[in-house]
Design a protein around this ligand. Structure first.
Ligand code: DQA
Length: 151
């Protein structure tokens, strides 16, 4: 069975009340509910996590990658600062998709650079919380392909 871990970084626990003009009104629990429905329909084992701590996010990445799960990661501000996260994705050879709710390229310059993007298969940003669902639709066939190749 394909497994996907959806990993959320700092301040994403505030989704729904944090800067709603930028991030919308859906809560993180709402995102989890939408993805759980999709995962159930697709027969995918879904793990959904959030942490405000960089080290814990690194551990989540390692755990997912070493367990053979695909990763959908919204690392929040750590996207733009964390070499450790980039090294974790690369270090466990994880198949990862970077997501952002907002279009980071239409925002401040410091949000235009991602340390993780070069070690991810792709980046989805700017579609609101639908970015997570688009990433889910993208990662499932990639994980199925990876499983077939490994068999
Ligand atoms: C974000 C964009 C980041 O720049 C920001 O620090 C966040 C959220 C997004 O989902 O749009 O915390 O990752």
């Amino acid at each position: 069975m394909v497994a996907v871990h959806v990993l959320n970084g700092p301040n994403l626990n505030l989704l729904g009340t944090r800067e709603p003009a930028t991030y919308g009104a859906v809560t993180l629990a709402g995102v989890e509910e939408r993805l759980s429905r999709k995962a159930e329909a697709a027969g995918v084992a879904l793990t959904f996590r959030q942490t405000n701590s960089e080290g814990e996010l690194v551990s989540f990445v390692q755990e997912a990658g070493l367990g053979g799960a695909g990763i959908i990661i919204n690392a929040g501000a750590y996207t733009h600062t964390s070499v450790a996260l980039r090294d974790a994705i690369k270090g466990v050879d994880a198949l990862a998709i970077e997501v952002h709710i907002s279009n980071v390229h239409a925002r401040e310059d410091f949000r235009h650079h991602s340390y993780m993007a070069p070690v991810c298969v792709g980046v989805i940003c700017g579609f609101g919380v639908a970015s997570y669902e688009l990433a889910f639709d993208a990662i499932v066939p990639l994980m199925e392909k990876r499983a077939r190749t490994a068999a």
